[in-house]
Design a binder for this molecule. Structure first.
Ligand SMILES: Cc1cc2nc3c(=O)[nH]c(=O)nc-3n(C[C@H](O)[C@H](O)[C@H](O)COP(=O)(O)OP(=O)(O)OC[C@H]3O[C@@H](n4cnc5c(N)ncnc54)[C@H](O)[C@@H]3O)c2cc1C
Length: 442
């Protein structure tokens, strides 16, 4: 379907993939109506900064996400899509209304995984995905004396750094041999583990929680090595599932571990539907043909924009989505950039400096000997070099241009909200000028 036949585009999800998709529609001069259905109340925000909300380092207004919106955009805040009729091209909302669409963008993100045995409604055991979660965790941490974090991935490590910095004694329990092992590989994972230990985080790798006891003032976790950790607050950060339950009964659509898309982000089995961000699974043909989910903010940005183009241009006119992933983390004052897929490496080489003290770079190679990614600690300019080297080593299919080096600037603001917000709007009106519709038909 070409853009001239699209009258109404519905976007489901109110995170960064949805916002960037809407922004791209505006940039492309899309003149039809855009209906954005967003389950969370309020206006969008930068999810990677939630650890700073939980640690009271930032206020809510400092993580607001603003972007130009198409002129005819309507934001349905606090409304959830609960069903899809692809034949009639309608999205069913939780208030019983139906939104007709010509084109549909699915950007529903992910929900945190929980651990067996850890009660979901426990007032001492938390997950962190939404602003509401961050407020609840912040409240519990006010009088906390000891924190247990289960999961040494990006969220667990960033939370540990943010909260240990505030002086809160913290233990991280991680099943893998090192912190961040799946994300950066074991070589750089060792460096992160050492960095956390150096900052007096109690790091326990190679173990998991075998049983929980919680009640009264204490969470008591028994680990698989027999050790017991007691804390008054526990954060479970063991990954996320795609938020796609509402699509499970739609015939012909595969939502097992994410909405299955083709290489161009068009949803397999549905016409006029694309998906983007943490909810989507697609083959990045630059690396291989296996459809995978990617849970990074920069990917959600690029994929949201690509999905909007894919909707306007149709599958025939669209190049595959073949980004070179990029991510950023700051822990105890050390910044690290992840370029490509360092976590997919099977062999690793220190290429610069001293990675063990978070000042250097580690290159990752896959089983075929291709340079698939690198982690760079403290050496900013090298990221562009790694990007170009990964592009050369893992070329996209013919006729697909190398994406420009353009990481999403979602770095932590140090002083003011102005560094968080996007520049002034260029097209249409801004999201900020759309009051969230708690009563959509008002
Ligand atoms: C604490 C934390 C720290 C992070 N740190 C980093 C980081 O440092 N670097 C990095 O690259 N990434 C980081 N991430 C990951 C990054 O935030 C995600 O990759 C990104 O937010 C994905 O964007 P998205 O738009 O796909 O999904 P989301 O941001 O999850 O947005 C999806 C939205 O859709 C809504 N929704 C779901 N179902 C429905 C429905 N049926 N109807 C309507 N709306 C629905 C959800 O409520 C949600 O608001 C972090 C994530 C967290 C939670």
């Amino acid at each position: 379907m070409g853009s001239e036949t699209l009258g109404v585009v519905v976007i489901v999800g109110g995170g960064i993939a949805a916002v960037r998709a809407a922004e791209r529609l505006a940039e492309r001069g899309f003149a039809g109506r855009v209906e954005i259905v967003a389950a969370e109340p309020g206006t969008p925000y930068r999810r990677p900064l939630l650890t700073s909300i939980a640690s009271s380092r930032l206020r809510d207004d400092q993580i607001a996400l603003r972007a130009p919106m198409p002129a005819q955009a309507r934001w349905h805040a606090g409304r959830r899509a609960v069903g899809l009729d692809p034949d009639a091209r309608r999205v069913l909302l939780d208030d019983g209304r139906e939104l007709p669409y010509d084109g549909l963008i699915l950007a529903t993100g992910a929900v945190p995984r929980t651990l067996p045995g850890a009660r979901r409604m426990d007032d001492r055991v938390f997950t962190l995905r939404t602003l509401g979660d961050a407020h609840r965790l912040r409240g519990a941490l006010r009088d906390a004396r000891r924190l247990l974090i289960v999961g040494g991935g990006p969220i667990g490590c960033e939370a540990a750094a943010a909260l240990r910095n505030r002086g809160l004694p913290t233990t991280i329990v991680e099943l893998a041999p090192t912190l961040l092992c799946d994300t950066v590989g074991p070589r750089m994972g060792e460096a992160f583990s050492a960095w956390h230990r150096r900052h007096r985080v109690d790091v326990r790798c190679g173990v998991s929680v075998s049983s929980w006891e919680s009640g009264g003032a204490i969470v008591r976790a028994e680990l698989t090595d027999g050790a017991v950790v007691e804390a008054d607050v526990a954060l479970v950060a063991v990954g996320a599932w795609p938020d796609v339950g509402w699509l499970e009964d739609v015939p012909g659509v595969d939502v097992g571990d994410g909405i299955l898309c083709g290489p161009t982000t068009h949803v397999v089995g549905l016409e006029g539907v694309v998906a983007a961000g943490d909810c989507a699974r697609w083959p990045n043909l630059r690396f291989d043909e296996t459809p995978r989910r990617v849970g990074h903010s920069a990917n959600a940005v690029a994929m949201g924009r690509h999905a909007a183009d894919a909707l306007l241009d149709g599958p025939a006119g669209m190049a595959p989505f073949t980004p070179i992933p990029w991510g950023f983390t700051e822990q105890f004052g050390a910044c690290a950039q992840l370029v490509g897929r360092p976590g997919a490496g099977v062999s690793f080489v220190d290429v610069e400096g001293r990675p063990s003290v978070m000042r250097g770079a580690v290159a990752a190679f896959d089983a075929r000997g291709r340079f698939v990614g690198g982690t760079i600690a403290g050496a900013r300019p090298a990221a562009r070099w790694v990007h170009d080297a990964v592009a050369a080593s893992c070329p996209a299919p013919p006729a697909v241009p190398v994406p420009a080096w353009d990481p999403e600037p979602h770095r932590r603001p140090r002083t003011s909200a102005a560094r968080v917000d996007d520049p002034a709007p260029r097209i249409g009106s801004t999201l900020g000028s759309y009051a969230p519709q708690t009563r959509p038909d008002a």
